[in-house]
Design a protein around this ligand. Structure first.
Ligand SMILES: NC(=O)c1ccc[n+]([C@@H]2O[C@H](COP(=O)([O-])OP(=O)(O)OC[C@H]3O[C@@H](n4cnc5c(N)ncnc54)[C@H](OP(=O)(O)O)[C@@H]3O)[C@@H](O)[C@H]2O)c1
Length: 324
């Protein structure tokens, strides 16, 4: 079997190595899973770079989510041939996973790419829309990095509830794709963003979702209504957040942070089942989806991470560890 391993934190294109290992014999209660798809998320890359909120002991196997098919079972509870989600955070950039059967979540047959991305981004989008502000039909939400996977899910989930989205991207070439997804307004980031949002939406925003930080954070803040909430959940610019202090004071802006890892630690089993139950259904029936740019093999890992972090993609990049 093959694994993508790192022995030190640093530039992912340099520190990630392909390691060949012998397959292990299953213990009682374990299953062997052939890994079909594993996305490369920004958080995976910054974890390898040593800048993430949780750091694995080294050496570590890279990758935090993915989808596979059970090929061998030593116990009850799952059948050979079943499609499963890999355990979150388990080191998923591998050709094969051996895991305890109870850690594998059975998935319906469907689009392999979309199902492989179920653990992280759809739940993030759902919780960003539900856990901060009580949004009603007709309310407006603004978001940066709107053409990201999370941003696409936010638009689709909001639309299903009659919530309107103002989508902020950093380049003209991403505008058309957001209009196609169903954004109610699409704007390119800039210092006069608030003025342009008001012209396009005719309303102030109730909630702002920021995955960029830097000056974008402040641009979003200026679009909010009095007492509006600004949630930062990503730092794609890797810049400190900045906003005009007077805007914070005079508009009583509520600034919050969100990390899915905290939600996982605090949510009850029932809450998790409720959130993932409806998201699994939506992803499996195609109502919730994110655009895909391209796939790489495990052997192409250096090129894959460099390509992913270069940005200006047409969608997500996934590893296909056992081919397409
Ligand atoms: N807090 C949490 O629990 C949590 C959970 C999931 C995701 N996230 C975060 O959510 C964000 C989106 O994740 P994703 O997987 O959906 O991303 P993705 O699909 O890989 O898309 C990345 C997005 O970031 C934009 N971007 C890249 N570099 C940028 C820069 N220097 N300045 C401004 N924008 C830049 C890209 O714009 P271009 O297309 O123009 O390059 C694109 O919109 C990431 O920051 C991720 O870490 C956080």
């Amino acid at each position: 079997m093959k694994q993508i391993v790192y022995h030190q934190f640093g530039d992912p294109a340099r520190v990630l190595e392909v390691l060949e290992k012998d397959a292990v014999t299953l213990k009682a209660g374990q299953a062997r899973v052939e890994v079909l798809r594993a996305p490369i998320n920004p958080s995976d890359v910054i974890q390898v770079a040593g800048q993430y909120g949780v750091m694995p002991d080294l050496p570590a196997v890279a990758g935090n989510e993915g989808l596979g098919r059970v090929t061998e079972v030593n116990g009850d509870g799952i059948a050979v041939g079943q499609l499963v989600l890999l355990p979150a955070g388990a080191g998923t950039w591998v050709s094969e996973v051996v895991a305890d059967i109870h850690t594998l979540a059975a998935m319906p047959e469907g689009d392999l790419d979309q199902l492989a991305m179920l653990t992280v981004n759809p739940a993030t989008a759902h919780l960003l829309l539900t856990d901060f502000v009580d949004l009603k039909e007709g309310d407006w939400v603004i978001q940066s990095a709107a053409n990201s996977a999370v941003g696409n899910y936010v638009v689709q989930l909001a639309k299903a509830k009659g919530i309107k989205t103002a989508c902020v991207v950093r380049r003209d070439s991403a505008v058309a794709e957001m209009e196609e997804v169903g954004a109610d307004a699409v704007l390119v980031d800039g210092p006069d963003l608030a003025k342009r949002v008001r012209q396009a939406a005719g309303a102030k925003m109730k909630l702002a979702l920021d995955a960029v930080a830097g000056e974008t954070f402040g641009h979003l803040a200026e679009t909010l209504e009095q007492g509006g909430t600004l949630v930062n959940y990503g730092a794609m610019s890797m810049q400190p957040i900045s906003m005009p202090a007077l805007n914070l004071i005079f508009n009583d802006i509520r600034v919050r942070g969100f990390w899915l890892v905290h939600w996982f630690s605090n949510a009850s089993k029932e809450e998790r089942m409720q959130v993932y139950g409806s998201l699994t259904q939506a992803v499996a029936n195609g109502t919730l989806h994110a655009p895909i740019d391209r796939h790489f093999s495990l052997d192409e890992i250096a090129e894959a991470v460099t390509y992913t972090m270069a940005g200006e993609r047409k969608g997500k990049v996934l590893l296909a560890p056992n081919g397409m």
